[in-house]
Design a binder for this molecule. Structure first.
Ligand code: SF4
Length: 389
C-alpha cells in the first residue's frame, strides 16, 4: 500500500495567489475577484485539508518563495475565457512586446484579436446615449460635447418630452430650451445648435434625419464623429467613432501613430471589415471608459493585458487596479437611464434620473471614488461620468 505521499504543497503557492488576484473576471463586478483572490497561505491550508495526509497539515509552508517580486511586467493570464475560472491553474503570460517592424498583416491579426477579446468582455457594448429615433440621437450626440453621456441622458427626457419632433424644436423659444439644457454646460451654444439643426431638418430634409454622411455633416453642430454615431446606431451603416477614448486606446495598442481623427479613422478602418466598425467603436470606447482610463489605466485588472504593448502604463497591482474599474465593471450604474436589455442581463444598472439618488450601492470591493456623484451635484472629479466624455 502506498504510504501517503508527502504532499508537495507550497512549492507553487505563489502562483495561484497572483493568478487569482489578477484574473479580473470580465463580467464580474469588483469584489468577486477579491473574494476569490485568497491569499497564498489560505490556499495551502485548503489543499492540505482536502488532499488528506494529516502529516501535511502540520507542515510549515515554506515561506512562499519570494519569487522575484513579480516583475511588474508579468500579468497573469486574464483572457476573458480563462478569467471565468479563477481557480484554474495559473498561466504565466508575458505582455505583448511593442511590435517592431510589424507587417500590415500581423497588425491586422493583432488588432482583430484584441477586438475579439473585447467583444467577449463587453458583449453588451452599445451607444451610451438614450434615444428612440434618429432625431433624438443626433440631438443627444450634439449635446454630449464637453459633458458626459450620463448628463445628456438625464437632460434629454425633459427636452424630448416638450419638443418631440424637429418641427417642435425648430419653433421653440430659445430661452426655454436653454433652461432645459443648462445641466449639460455650454447650454447657450448647444441651444443654438439643436434649434439650428432642427430648422435644417425641417426646411431641407422634410423633418427627417438624413442617412448619408455628406448630408449629416451639413447640419449645424454635426461633424464627422457625430455623423458616424448617427449612421452606425440609428441607420445601421458602419462607422468608426473616433472620440477621445478611441484615440488614446488605439495609440496605446500601437494600431496607428496618427494623431488626427480623420487619419486615425482611415488607418483603423483599414484594419477591420466595414461590418465591424460600429461594434469595434463601442468595444474600444467601453474599454476606455471602464478600464483603460486616460490617467490611470487599470492594467492589473485588464482582461486584454497579455495582448497590450502598453501594459504597465497604469496600475499593475491587481487589487488596486480592481478599485479603478468603473460602471458595471466596478459595480456602479451605467450612463443610460434606459440601457439595452443585454446590459441589464449582464448585471448592468441603469443610471438614475436627474436629481435622483444612486439606485444601488457599489458591489463589495468596489471603490467609492469611482462612483458617480449624485446627479444634482454634477460629476465628481474622478467619477466615471467625469472621464467618460
Ligand atoms: S488597461 Fe493597461 S493593459 Fe489594459 S489596454 Fe489599457 S494600457 Fe493596456
Amino acid at each position: 500500500m502506498a504510504a501517503p505521499k508527502k504532499v508537495a504543497a507550497p512549492k507553487k503557492a505563489v502562483a495561484p495567489k497572483r493568478a487569482a488576484k489578477t484574473s479580473a473576471p470580465p463580467k464580474a463586478v469588483a469584489g468577486k475577484t477579491s473574494a476569490s483572490g485568497t491569499p497564498a497561505k489560505a490556499t495551502v491550508t485548503k489543499t492540505s485539508a482536502s488532499s488528506a495526509p494529516a502529516k501535511t497539515t502540520t507542515r510549515k509552508p515554506t515561506p512562499a518563495k519570494k519569487t522575484a517580486p513579480a516583475k511588474k511586467a508579468a500579468p497573469a493570464a486574464v483572457t476573458p475565457a480563462k478569467a471565468a475560472s479563477a481557480k484554474a491553474a495559473p498561466t504565466k503570460i508575458t505582455p505583448a512586446k511593442p511590435p517592431r517592424n510589424e507587417s500590415h498583416t500581423a497588425l491586422v491579426r493583432r488588432a482583430r484579436r484584441i477586438n475579439r477579446e473585447l467583444g467577449e468582455v463587453y458583449p453588451y457594448a452599445h451607444p451610451e446615449l438614450d434615444f428612440e429615433n434618429p432625431f433624438q440621437l443626433v440631438v443627444a450626440t450634439v449635446l454630449s460635447a464637453q459633458t458626459t453621456d450620463l448628463r445628456v441622458n438625464q437632460t434629454t427626457p425633459a427636452l424630448f418630452g416638450k419638443y418631440p419632433t424637429p418641427e417642435d424644436l425648430a419653433a421653440a423659444n430659445p430661452e426655454e430650451v436653454e433652461e432645459i439644457l443648462r445641466p449639460t454646460g455650454f447650454f447657450r451654444a448647444k441651444t443654438k445648435s439643436v434649434i439650428g439643426l432642427s430648422k435644417a431638418l425641417r426646411d431641407d430634409f422634410g423633418g427627417e434625419v438624413p442617412g448619408r454622411l455628406e448630408d449629416l455633416v451639413k447640419l449645424p453642430g454635426v461633424g464627422r464623429k457625430t455623423a458616424f454615431v448617427v449612421l452606425g446606431n440609428a441607420f445601421g451603416r458602419p462607422g468608426i467613432t473616433v472620440d477621445t477614448h478611441f484615440q488614446r486606446l488605439v495609440r496605446r495598442w500601437q494600431w496607428t501613430d496618427a494623431t488626427e481623427p480623420d487619419k486615425i479613422e482611415a488607418a483603423i478602418g483599414g484594419l477591420f471589415p466595414k461590418s465591424e466598425w460600429t461594434m469595434l467603436s463601442h468595444h474600444v470606447i467601453f474599454h476606455g471608459r471602464r478600464i483603460c482610463h486616460a490617467r490611470k489605466p487599470a492594467c492589473g485588472a485588464c482582461p486584454i493585458a497579455p495582448l497590450c504593448p502598453a501594459y504597465g502604463e497604469g496600475e499593475t497591482d491587481p487589487e488596486k487596479a480592481q478599485k479603478l474599474l468603473k460602471y458595471e465593471k466596478g459595480g456602479f450604474p451605467g450612463q443610460r437611464l434606459n440601457p439595452p436589455q443585454s446590459y441589464l442581463d449582464a448585471g448592468g444598472i441603469p443610471a438614475p434620473p436627474l436629481g435622483a439618488a444612486i439606485p444601488s450601492a457599489p458591489a463589495p470591493g468596489a471603490s467609492a471614488p469611482g462612483a458617480p456623484a449624485p446627479a444634482s451635484a454634477g460629476p465628481a472629479p474622478g467619477s466615471p461620468a467625469r472621464e467618460a466624455g
